[in-house]
Write a protein that binds this ligand. Structure first.
Ligand SMILES: *Cc1c(COP(=O)(O)O)cnc(C)c1O
Length: 461
């Protein structure tokens, strides 16, 4: 059990100051575990979200581009994020009526919401219209339903979602033919239907295809304006990369990768690119700085000189560094050359298997102690399923895990907290704890599912 030769190479996550502070506090995490009845639990930090949001807004301002940031809400269900968006006067991207209502309840105005997702329900379209939200139309049939609402006298704001040539097999968006038909219908119904432009959302995390697609859609906006449509905006969607680990451990991990690093030699369809450069708001700057057309110096100039607004919908990237997850260790079972940690909780709360993949940034044992016996271990959930593994990977620890430890999975706020959680075995869903910091102290409160607050007005420090 003490051999580590078959263990995977380490992938330490980059760590922000607030996490170090919470993690190295001698008692705070134990107190939180006690307060929530053991765990697992998520810890979230809205101040970092606000910082990330400001970085995207700054990237637009610096590039001289007018536009709006919409937080891709599906990446995390906590109420503190839409609340932070409302306070910063930015928008939210929602894809269902409950998400729309949740954003409104946390102070985001309807006019600051964009509605994405395929074949939206009539209820969602009607509600979105009543609140003057921007609706991304994904198919002609949906356009007809939106037109019916407009013809009944409601003002409707829409974008047309485009099927990108760089993702030709995507099930989302309108192809060239459908776009021509859609534009004609928008022109015919423009009395109540305000066609504000086009949108796309690409898989992958590359700069160039986003820049080219955006440039093409600016041209389409100009053509649509010539036909009398408003067409003043292009949404380039989300997919801004997150830089979880430094370049050198990531490159080494990939170059020495072996199936034997994983329990049962499990293979995966692929991994998120855990190291990325540029990432986040810097990736937006790189997109805007791309040269895409001869008559404009770069994409930013093309947006500015054509009077086109840039809309973006980052999800994961706005949540970078905004949270982590603590799973109590229920037990440790040593075997020949690696062991099994059983964590309280389910792999459903670490959602990467949604993509037939695994979350790779290294979990850490808490409390931190002097290194003793190097140990490698995989991590199983507390269900009766062989496949309920939080980590199939044989992770290196510098001591033997023990019942009563916490296992901290870093940087989990983007998609790893609650995108496919379930009450399997009738286990309750992990609660979220919101942390705020001042130079003197760290404060915390339980996040309520519905409406977030800042505790302002009675914060006796
Ligand atoms: C999921 C999604 C996003 C957010 O994607 P991230 O990768 O989290 O940035 C934005 N727009 C649309 C249309 C989406 O489906």
């Amino acid at each position: 059990m003490e051999l580590t030769e078959t263990a995977a190479l380490p992938l330490p996550a980059k760590e922000l100051g607030w996490v170090t502070r919470v993690r190295t506090d001698p008692t705070l995490l134990a107190d939180l575990a006690n307060a929530v009845g053991g765990g697992p639990f998520h810890v979230v930090y809205p101040e970092q979200f606000t910082t990330n949001l400001a970085a995207f807004v700054d990237a637009m301002v610096t590039a001289g581009v007018d536009g709006k940031v919409y937080f891709g809400k599906k990446a995390n269900k906590a109420a503190c994020w839409p609340r932070a968006c409302a306070e910063a006067n930015t928008g939210v991207d929602v894809a269902s009526a409950p998400e729309l209502i949740h954003a409104l309840a946390n102070g985001v105005r309807g006019e600051d919401l964009v509605i994405t997702g395929p074949s939206k329900s009539d209820d969602l379209l009607w509600l979105a219209t009543r609140h003057r939200c921007l609706i991304t139309v994904d198919e002609l049939d949906e356009l007809d339903r939106v037109i019916a609402i407009a013809d009944a006298g409601e003002a409707v704001r829409i974008l047309l979602r485009v099927l990108p040539p760089s993702n030709p097999n995507s099930r989302f968006g309108l192809n060239d033919n459908e776009l021509d038909l859609a534009i004609d219908r928008c022109v015919a119904h423009r009395a109540h239907l305000r066609m504000e432009g086009f949108s796309f959302h690409l898989t992958g995390y590359s700069v160039a295809p986003r820049a080219w697609q955006a440039s093409d859609l600016i041209d389409r906006c100009l053509a649509a304006r010539a036909k009398g449509l408003a067409a003043n905006s292009v949404s380039i969607g989300g997919g801004f990369a997150v830089d979880y680990v430094d370049a050198s451990p990531w490159q080494q991990f990939l170059s020495e990768y072996q199936d034997s690093w994983f329990h049962t030699r499990k293979t995966f369809s692929g991994f998120y690119p855990y190291h990325a450069n540029p990432a986040g708001a810097e990736m937006l700057s790189a997109i805007l700085g791309s040269s895409v057309a001869t008559e404009h110096s770069d994409l930013a100039a093309k947006f500015a000189q054509t009077g086109t607004r840039l809309l973006i919908e980052p999800g994961r990237a706005l949540l970078d560094g905004c949270g982590f997850t603590a799973f109590p260790v229920l037990g440790y079972k040593p075997r020949q050359d690696y062991g099994f940690i059983t964590a309280s909780g389910l792999s459903l709360s670490l959602s990467e298997q949604w993509f037939a993949s695994e979350y790779l940034p290294d979990p850490m044992l808490w409390p931190q102690q002097e290194p003793s016996t190097p140990t490698s271990a995989c991590v199983g959930g507390s269900s009766c399923l062989e496949t309920d593994m939080l980590s199939w990977r044989k992770i290196r620890f510098d001591r033997v895990p023990r019942r009563g430890d916490l296992l901290i999975y870093p940087n989990t706020a983007g998609y790893q907290m609650d995108s496919n959680e379930s009450e399997f075995h009738q286990l309750p869903l992990p609660p979220k704890v919101v942390v705020t910091t001042s130079p003197e102290r760290i404060r915390w409160r339980l996040e309520s599912a519905g409406v977030s607050h800042r505790g302002g007005g009675h914060s006796h420090e």
